[in-house]
Design a protein around this ligand. Structure first.
Ligand code: ZN
Length: 286
């Protein structure tokens, strides 16, 4: 893919501000009476997010923030501040519900509610979407097109933006992600229920992420970091993010952009391969 201004690769910082939806995700039945669990997730919008915003401002970077509607309603002020500071606010469901586990009407409802809240806060409809837990349903691409969203960022089929089948002949732009470049995978931990891979050292994650970034740079891809303010906003990890920003900004030929800017650029220049859905029919269905 050709990047603007002769740059070699693109890089985007993205933050999924899931807020208390994380507590519901860990323990739906008991989250409301588990104060410690709640506090760990409220730390995101209360402490981690302001810290992330200040770092981005000092480094003069605009990023993309995916926020579930429920979290945006609870933390309206800080979410409005994200938009005020020039960042992109994008769609991430209502209660962080996984589209692949929803009925059609439930998925439509989550899309509608999430859109309304972001529109109330920013004055415009979101243009980007990331499926909660990166789990799209087969219906999702078509629904996104119907609702005027121009890109998704949940799939892992390439290292650069590509197009997927939506409905009929419609196509949706995909800006791919990967688990390797997600903070929760490296730092996520929950004692009850037992979840996550444990707590990694920031220097080990820097090794992984910096090598990933340099690989994307070599192959001319689109490096997307996915972070969660309750994870990356902790003191040692915000230093890791600062170190990563130093590497990205210090490397010549990197276009640092929001996902919306990348989507507009790829669309306007008519780039991106078409990758149809894999045919996964089983033998007996053929
Ligand atoms: Zn999320």
């Amino acid at each position: 893919m050709k990047w603007p201004h002769g740059n070699r690769c693109a890089a985007a910082l993205t933050f999924d501000e899931d807020g208390e939806c994380v507590a519901f995700g860990y323990d739906r039945a008991n989250a409301q009476r588990r104060l410690s669990l709640q506090s760990e997730t409220t730390y995101g919008p209360d402490v981690g997010l302001p810290r992330v915003l200040d770092l981005l401002e000092s480094r003069e970077i605009h990023a993309t923030f995916f926020v579930p509607g429920y979290t945006a309603e609870r933390h309206r002020e800080i979410v409005a501040d994200v938009a005020r500071r020039g960042h992109e606010l994008a769609h991430h469901g209502y209660l962080h519900e996984r589209p692949d586990l929803l009925e059609a009407n439930e998925e439509e409802e989550a899309l509608r509610k999430g859109t309304e809240i972001i529109q109330q806060i920013t004055g415009r409809r979101p243009r980007g979407y990331r499926a909660p837990s990166w789990e799209m349903s087969a219906r999702t691409p078509g629904l996104l097109k119907q609702n005027g969203l121009i890109y998704d960022s949940s799939l892992m089929g390439d290292d650069e933006p590509y197009h997927i089948q939506a409905e009929g002949h419609e196509r949706l732009l995909e800006i791919p992600v990967h688990w390797t470049n997600d903070d929760w995978v490296h730092f996520g931990f929950c004692s009850s229920p037992e979840l996550g891979n444990g707590i990694s050292s920031p220097s080990k994650v820097y090794d992984t992420w910096s090598e990933e970034f340099l690989g994307y740079y070599q192959f001319g891809g689109c490096f997307v970091l996915t972070m969660h303010p309750f994870v990356i906003g902790r003191p040692s990890r915000i230093r890791l993010l600062d170190r990563m920003i130093g590497l990205i900004k210090g490397t010549e030929g990197v276009w640092i952009a929001t996902l919306e800017e990348i989507a507009d650029y790829v669309t306007q220049t008519g780039q991106g391969r078409f990758r149809p859905r894999a045919d996964m029919r089983l033998e007996e269905e053929a």
